[in-house]
Design a protein around this ligand. Sequence first.
Ligand SMILES: NC(=O)c1ccc[n+]([C@@H]2O[C@H](COP(=O)([O-])OP(=O)(O)OC[C@H]3O[C@@H](n4cnc5c(N)ncnc54)[C@H](OP(=O)(O)O)[C@@H]3O)[C@@H](O)[C@H]2O)c1
Length: 335
Amino acid sequence: MSKVFLCGFGNVGRAFIKLILSKRELLVKQNYDLKIVGVMDSNGAALDAEGFTEEDLFSLLNVRRGEVSSAEKGKRGISFEEALAVAQPNIAVIVTPTVYSKDSPGIRLSLTALKNGCNVVTADKSPVALMFEEMMKESSKRNLKFKYKATVMAGTPIVDMLSQIKLYDVEEIEGILNGSTNYILTKISRDFLSFEEALADAKALGILESDPKLDLEGLDTAAKLVIVANTLGYSMKMEEVRRTPITKQEEKIKSILKKNEAPKYVGVINFNLRKAQVKLSRYPYSDPMSNVNDTLNAIRIKSSVNNIFVVGKGAGPLETAHALLSDIVSIIRGG
Ligand SMILES: NC(=O)c1ccc[n+]([C@@H]2O[C@H](COP(=O)([O-])OP(=O)(O)OC[C@H]3O[C@@H](n4cnc5c(N)ncnc54)[C@H](OP(=O)(O)O)[C@@H]3O)[C@@H](O)[C@H]2O)c1
């Protein structure tokens, strides 16, 4: 039996529980005996070492944010270590807010989970972008897995693909890795909105991070670049990525459009020059990058062997939940 502990019960955490409920029969049919034994938010946890019943999970979904500990099997103020001791999981799913600091909840919870014998699956980018090598070391020395497919283009299995092309001598990668800024630029280019109008539109749709600076100042794209580089086997740190915010670039956007080109906010790494940046770039309409619109993501990988271009869905709670479940299934299969 695989016992899963869910750390974080916001948009993604709830989408994950809904997905588990909807896939229950399929999982049983395919012999994945998967139980949820703990659900935690910032105030406490609900725990059942035998695994929550379907009814328990449905009633947890009705609990308000921050109130998991008020559920029937809830414990307010319990620490993660104490919760792990009660629930005895073997997989921890980390869906806490991404905070770019080495004492982020995601990093603390991931390290604690690994030290307590749990495999880790994360959608929180902080442990991957800030502590990739440490996480890999901590997991491999304990013969555990650390999986993070949900952190980059969650709706498209790009991390799986990148980990298969490690030895291709990648020269450059270039990508639209942030759906919200791509949406803003699409609205400006296609629907002739001003930057402020397009930003307001994106906010109304709820597609920006709760702190929009993470999208607009390129931190989200920079973190994804670092994750991509490390997945390809190149050690890279967030500090190495130069970022130009997309804000206050309305004039440049207009001049790109005037020249009949497409403005795109991209992350680029040139591995030969060891130069990484997040910037507003221009693409002629003959380039497939110019046609990646709305919240879609894309990545181009130039290598000595091939040029690969992948377009696909970025992240939403449901796509992210699917990526988390896919990582869990791969751990159960021993992958
Ligand atoms: N939303 C997406 O589409 C998406 C896509 C890809 C990746 N992600 C990543 O997935 C993660 C979760 O996103 P989200 O949209 O679900 O965020 P969210 O709605 O803000 O939920 C975060 C959850 O984490 C809980 N939390 C915060 N600190 C905690 C701690 N120390 N211990 C345990 N739980 C804690 C929060 O508790 P309270 O409820 O008590 O505040 C909340 O339940 C983020 O890192 C995000 O970058 C999100």
